[in-house]
Every structure is written in C-alpha cells, then in structure tokens.
Design a protein around this ligand. Structure first.
Ligand SMILES: [Zn+2]
Length: 680
C-alpha cells in the first residue's frame, strides 16, 4: 500500500496504518503467491494467519476478497460467514456482500446489506460510511427510488466533503443544470417540534436518546413520537420523510398519508402530496397511475436482432437517436418506437407500409447496451405487441422475456414526445405540433383519466370538493415539474388549471403559450435541445450554430460537440476540430477538459500524434474530477489508436491522480488501460 494513511483495503473504515499494517507481512506473502499463480498456497497463508490470530477478522476479509478475485465466490462467502459468526455486526463483511449482490443484479438485497453496513460502522469512520452511501445512491436509483438516492449522495457529500467526486456527482445529478424534475432535486427538510406545546418535552427527551444522528435512529425516534401522539403533524411528517430517505416507500407513504390529513397549511400539504406521488413509484410499488410496461432480453443472436431492427426501420416506426460504440466495442443504441396514424393497436401491423406522416408520437423506448435490450413504454398493449414481434423474429418461447409492469417515473418527463419522420420539416412546424400534442394530452385526455391517487376519480370529477381541488392542484404541479417536453416548448400548465377551475400559479407566464418561434429566438439552447430530442440533426446543427454565436450563454460544449459529431460522421475530422476549437474559443474557459480530450481525439484521427499528446498533457496537468474523467477518454483513444507508450505514460499519471482523489473506480479503470497499453 503506497499511502499508509489511506483507507485500509479490508474495508474496516480505519486508516491502513492503524489497521492491516500489522499483518502486512501476511498480506504481501499471500498476494505474491497469488501473483505467481500459487493460488492454493496463497489461501493457505491466510488460513494459517487466521489460525494464529482468530480474532483478527480483517484476515477473513482479505481472504474473501482474494477468493472472489479468483472467481471462487462460494468459498469467499464462507470466509465471510466465519467472520460474521464471531461478530454478526461486522460492517465490512456486510458492505462486501452488498457489493457482490449488486454485481449479481440482486439490487434489493444490496440495499438491505448496504444499510446494515452504514449502521454497523463506527460513527467516526466517516470516509468509509460516505463510500457506502455513494454505493447506496446507485442502488436506490436502480430501484427507482430517486428521493432515497439523492439523500444517500447528499449524506456522502456531508460525511466526506473533501472528496470532490461526491460533490460533483451530486451537482451533475441533482444540481441546477440537471434534467431531473424539481420534485426530485428539491431539498426536503424535517419539520420542527411544535413550539411551546407539551410535545416539545417528549421530542427533547427522545432526541437525547437518539443523538447518533444516524437515519435509522432518527426513523425510530420519529416513529415513536408519531405513535405516542398520532395528532402531532410534525412527528408524523418526519417519520414519513425519513422512511423515504431510507428507501422504504411503503412506510413513507403510510405516514405521509396521515400527515396530509393533519396538515392545515396549504403549501406544506401540496408539497407532501407531490412527494407522495413520487414515492408511489419504484421497486415494490403497484403499477398505479405511473405504470411502465417493459421486457428485457439478452441479444444472443445479433444478426437476427439486426434484421428485425432493419425491418422496423424500413417500416418507419423505429427512430434511433443515439447510436454509439464504446471504446471496448460495446454497441449502444437508443431509439424510439413511433406510433403511426390509422394503424391498428397504435403500431402498424408487420409488413404494412406506414402512411406518409410528417410527425409521429413516441410510444415506446428501445435501449440496447450490447447484449442487454430493454423495451419500455406506458401503453401495455403496445409493449405486449412489440414483445410478440420480437418473440417471432428471434424465435422465443412463450415464457421468454415476459412483459412486466411496475410503477416508474421513467418516461414521465418525455411524454408526450413527437418525432418528425421526414427530412427537412421546418423546426417551427415540429414545435407547433409538439405544442398541440401537449394540449391534447394534458387538456383533453388527462382530466378524464381515472386516477389511483384520486381514489379512482378523474381530475374533472375530483375538483368538485375542496379536498379534491387540493389533490388535483398537487398532481398538476407534479406533471408541470416532470414534463421536460412541456418546459422546453413553453407549454403553460395554467391552461389545465383554468380548465379545471383551479387558481393559476405565478411560476408560469400568464400569457397562454409562448409561440414556438419566440422560444427559439429567446433560447437557441432550448431549441437545440428540442431538435436533438426530436432526432432532427439538420435543425440541431442550425440551432447549435446560433447558440455558439449567441452572447452570454455559458457552457456551449453540447453545441460544439454536436457539430463536431456531424462532421465526424461525414469523415471530416478537420471540420470536427474546427467546430470544437471555435466552441472552446467562445466558451470562456468552461468545459476545458472536455474540449481538450475531444480535440486530441480528432488530432489522433488525423495522425498528428505529437499535437494530440500536447493537448492530453494539458489534461494530465489539470487534476480536477473533470480533467481526470477526460484523461481516461484520452487514454482510451490512444489505446485504440495503438499508441502504447503514450497511453501507458498517461494512464499511470491518471492512476496516481485517481488514487489520490480516492476514486477507486477510476483508479481501476486507469489500471486496466495501463495493462491494455502494455500489451500493444
Ligand atoms: Zn484493514
């Protein structure tokens, strides 16, 4: 271990100097045996160390990690069992298991073990607990629990403020520039005890007993308070919120439901209603009002899949908007399935030619990260129909890749999205059509839907009572905050409010709708994003140029990069570089790392290695979270272009920087790149 004051690799949460340094002779011996291929001897070295010092549980951890690295997980599990038999509350064993469950796709199990680890680590192992929290942020977001994911990452930034990976990750996912709906980005806070009441004394008394500040402790405290007095709105609210942070949406909804009955302040009540709507989705929820239907399969026969996708494409109902290949050669395709007018079941029947339409509505999402394919949407019959077509095309049995339904926020932000299916349709026309589609969805269709969150009534019916009015207002705000499409074209949800006789809000312009052209003039950035979303490359390019030449907008990298990619597609690497250079020149120093990496990639394609390396050296001198990520990209391009020496040198620089910043994933990534470079 190079830095003896870094966290020990056994996962104890202590510094190596005060943890496994005393057994470093054993560790070195075992690992050098393993490196020399004497695997059984390495395992025996650990066994005799355990026999000599049975109370040193760290040795079990090292042995388990070694066995796991040797792909002998069942034996590794046994080593952990033995450690846990001595101490059932052994945090590092729980955390290691949590990571294994995650690798195996057993996400709910990973969540439970991760939470156990958080509770079991000593409170002063802050860096280690932060690491577990950042792991839990991933776990919770995979389970569709964005409130718990945000809280976990927030906890990581608080426990280990020096680690900029947490703060920059938080900013990217939940910060001001994130695409996430406001109801996820919002900072929810605990309510204070009722002032001057008798309840205050009970709060103080319990707070003394639960002073650890751990979430699980706080959950117990507020559950007790809420049980003592079920009429104490603040305690009931806090019990709900903390359960949401812990990823227990069922408990959270139960408490929030009670709180909503007790709360008399309309603003707080609406916030709780919106939060309840968010918590009604994700792992463990009923499909409900935000049902998503999906099927997942592994592409075992790529040529057959290719043929099928080509057929869909020929029928003009498949619209790829992101096709890419990672440096490791993994194919990535993201695409929309489009609904054609006059077609039976919304999707045209196989073999039939689509009627010529300028626009089509997105009805399903296709996501391939080779070999995993995921198809999802909100209309069950469409997804079932697509599943049957895939089954036929790929020769599945009836049982393969069944359609599953869950409650997910998934597509909420993008509905109702339109895509133009013909080249050269003016952008204004698409915007106008998109606006019409929003009007249809939110004003004609939604008010008449029977909703679970309105106890089976439609919004139109529910607004007959004061309580119903409040609930419908909250639902409209939920959609307003979720709808990316609505925000980008300037659709005003006050139209829905007026339609249902509800008070309008000041957050949206009072003029009914901003004409699409005005949006474009005001914000070439918004127009660019909409064009990208609509898969209209030509329009996106023209808005990208407008954006690059408009004053006062920071961070134009997306525009410059779009133009570079377009040039690249045409094999014009000089053009690509010019686009990036002019982008960087107007961007006033922002996104410097991304520009350097991309420009270097172009230079490599033009066989101008020394110049490319000059730019990459500037990256290596950066040593910020952004520059390190960009450096990894740069090294990947050097490896794939076959420049082993340069790649190896920069990979080692990156590795040292990642190690110093304690970004283990990135460190390992650089490690792999260095190995790949060594083989060239
Ligand atoms: Zn240790």
């Amino acid at each position: 271990m190079s830095d003896i004051y870094a966290l020990c690799t056994c996962g104890s949460g202590k510094k190596f100097r005060f943890c496994c340094q005393s057994i470093s002779t054993t560790l070195e011996k075992a690992y050098s045996q393993a490196r020399a291929g004497q695997l059984d001897s390495a395992v025996r070295t650990f066994d005799s160390a355990i026999a000599a010092q049975p109370d040193r549980l760290e040795i079990y951890l090292h042995k388990a990690r070694l066995l796991d690295a040797l792909k002998r997980r069942p034996e590794a599990e046994k080593a952990l069992d033995l450690a846990l038999a001595t101490n059932a509350n052994y945090a590092s064993a729980h955390f290691l298991r949590a990571q294994w469950r995650m690798q195996e796709g057993e996400v709910p199990g990973a969540a439970i073990l991760g939470r156990m680890a958080v509770d079991a680590y000593p409170a002063d192992s802050k860096e280690q607990i932060a690491l577990v929290y950042s792991f839990l942020a991933d776990v919770e977001s995979q389970m569709g629990h964005p409130i718990a994911a945000r809280n976990a990452l927030r906890m990581a930034t608080r426990l280990d403020p020096a680690n900029t990976n947490y703060s920059s990750g938080f900013e990217e996912l939940f910060g001001a520039k994130s695409d996430m709906p406001m109801f996820i980005r919002r900072e929810y806070t605990l309510l204070s005890p009722p002032s001057g009441s008798k309840r205050r004394a009970s709060w103080d008394k319990l707070a003394k007993e639960h002073r650890s500040g751990r979430l699980s402790d706080l959950a117990r405290m507020f559950t007790t308070l809420a049980t003592q007095d079920s009429q104490d709105p603040a305690a009931v609210h806090n019990a709900g919120l903390i359960n949401a942070w812990l990823g227990d949406n069922t408990q959270a909804l139960e408490y929030l439901g009670k709180y909503i009955q007790l709360e008399t302040d309309p603003v707080r009540k609406e916030n709780a209603l919106v939060l309840s709507e968010v918590l009604s989705t994700g792992h463990g929820s009923e499909p409900g009002d935000h049902a998503q239907h999906e099927f997942v399969f592994l592409a075992r026969n790529p040529p057959a899949l290719d043929k099928l996708l080509n057929k869909f494409n020929g029928e003009k109902r498949f619209s790829p908007y992101h096709v890419d290949e990672t440096e490791q050669g993994q194919t990535i395709i993201e695409a929309y399935f489009l609904q054609m007018k006059d077609a039976a079941h919304g999707i045209i029947t196989p073999g039939e030619t689509a009627p010529e339409e300028k626009f089509a509505r997105v009805v399903a999402h296709f996501n391939l990260a080779m070999p995993r394919v995921h198809v999802s949407g909100t209309d069950k019959s469409i997804i079932q129909g697509l599943r049957d077509e895939f089954a036929q095309g790929l020769g599945w049995t009836d049982k393969e890749a069944p359609v599953r339904s869950t409650g997910r926020l998934g597509h909420l932000a993008r509905e109702p999205l339109m895509v133009s299916t013909q080249q050269g349709v003016p952008h204004e026309e698409l915007m106008a059509r998109q606006l019409a589609e929003c009007t249809k969805e939110y004003e004609l269709s939604w008010p008449h839907k029977k909703l679970k969150s309105l106890h089976g009534s439609s919004p139109q019916e529910a607004v007959a009572t004061p309580e119903g009015k409040q609930r419908v207002s909250a639902l409209i705000r939920f959609h307003e905050e979720a709808s990316l499409v609505g925000q980008r074209i300037g659709y005003s949800f006050n139209r829905v409010r007026r339609l249902l006789g509800l008070p309008t809000t000041g957050t949206e312009p009072q003029t009914s709708v901003i004409p699409p052209t005005a949006v474009m003039e005001q914000s070439p950035q918004a127009a660019f994003q909409l064009a990208v979303q609509a898969n209209d490359d030509a329009a996106a390019s023209s808005h990208a140029k407008a954006w690059l030449s408009s004053p006062g907008i920071e961070d134009r990298f997306a525009a410059a990069n779009h133009l570079a990619r377009q040039a690249q597609k045409a094999g014009d690497w000089v053009g690509a570089m010019t686009a990036l250079e002019s982008g960087q020149a107007t961007d006033g120093g922002g996104r410097k790392a991304d520009y350097l990496a991309r420009r270097g990639q172009c230079l490599l394609k033009l066989n101008r290695l020394p110049e490319a390396c000059g730019l990459f050296d500037q990256l290596a001198a950066g040593d910020t979270p952004e520059s390190r990520q960009a450096l990894a990209l740069a090294v990947e391009s050097l490896v794939s272009a076959g420049h082993g020496t340069e790649a190896g040198r920069l990979a080692n620089t990156g590795k040292a920087q990642a190690a110093k910043a304690q970004n283990r994933d990135l460190e390992e990534h650089f490690n792999e790149l260095a190995r790949a470079a060594g083989k060239i």
